[in-house]
Design a protein around this ligand. Structure first.
Ligand SMILES: [Zn+2]
Length: 291
């Protein structure tokens, strides 16, 4: 397949994904960002870090050099350094790492390190005491300005993101970060990745915190959804689970099924209820035979 065609297909799929509020999720392992002064001290005056692997965000890269992060209780060895160098050094670990280090670590957005604890960085015989910069990164979505238009999100907005799969999980308090240099990816740490059964390429669906009452009156109307009237009406199926989720209904709706029979005592989640209203689905409760 030629390059241009491949790119066109990728871009088309991405646009459809965004229109349906899906973003790709990436898991960030523990890592360190270093200032020029820190590199000079730990590696030698004027040392240049070696690029080993580009990251999804343009200009960001993992370095070949590794470093030890030491706390009062224990240390983390071979921690990756992410380049390029930054104004201030910053160490991002998980809450599990916090226990291993023996530190109380606040959840912060990258760059927001005022009042955060310090930590020790070790490379060979050099030991650097940072007086601040140790954080657990707040889960976030990098969004390009173009994609922000499609997703209808604003900078600093907090959203929920549902990650699908066997350990499907909805993350709350996910901060949107919009910048022209960003490519659209959600970032979670390894604790969060394990909690939701993360696999490379997994998708998350953005759920607005207050559906129906979008902030900022200048928003464009949401893209038109297919209503059952446009599709084949009356296809029916049965579900047997005790809890009916939005995801269950969405799967059926994509097969143009608009009538669903469910057990008498089933619970329909609030999001699923919204979905029923939005898509004018018909929910029929089965008669209970016995208790
Ligand atoms: Zn990130």
């Amino acid at each position: 397949m030629n390059q241009l065609l491949a790119e066109t297909i990728t871009n088309t799929v991405k646009k459809v994904m965004l229109e349906e509020s899906f973003v790709e999720v990436e898991a960030s392992g523990r890592h360190v960002h270093l200032s020029r002064e820190a590199i000079d001290f730990l590696f030698g005056e004027g040392y240049e870090l070696t690029k080993a692997k580009p990251l999804s965000q343009p200009g960001q890269f993992a370095c070949k050099e590794r470093i030890t992060v030491a706390g009062p209780k224990g240390k983390l060895e071979n921690v990756v350094i992410l380049g390029p160098e930054r104004k201030a050094s910053q160490v991002e670990v998980s809450l599990t790492d916090a226990v291993a280090l023996g530190k109380q670590i606040p959840v912060r957005e990258s760059g927001d390190i005022e009042g955060t604890p310090g930590i020790t960085l070790i490379h060979n015989d050099r030991q650097l005491e940072l007086d601040k910069g140790l954080i657990v990164a707040k889960r976030h979505i990098h969004v390009s300005p173009e994609d922000a238009e499609i997703l209808q999100v604003e900078n600093k907005e907090l959203v929920q993101v549902k990650v699908f799969g066997e350990r499907s999980l909805t993350f709350d308090e996910v901060v949107i970060r919009i910048h022209p240099n960003y490519r659209t990816y959600m970032h979670i740490d390894f604790d969060e990745a394990n909690a939701c059964g993360f696999r490379k390429g997994v998708l998350g669906k953005i759920i607005k915190k207050s559906p129906g009452s979008q902030p900022g009156g200048s928003r464009k109307a949401a893209p038109l959804q297919h209503t059952p009237a446009e599709t084949e009406l009356g296809k029916m199926t049965e579900l047997n689970q005790k809890i009916i989720t939005e995801n269950d209904l969405q799967k059926l709706f994509l097969q143009q099924i608009t009538k669903v029979k469910i057990p008498a005592g089933s619970i329909i989640t609030p999001l699923a209820n919204d979905y029923v209203r939005k898509h004018k689905l018909e929910i029929l409760r089965r008669e209970e035979n016995k208790g």
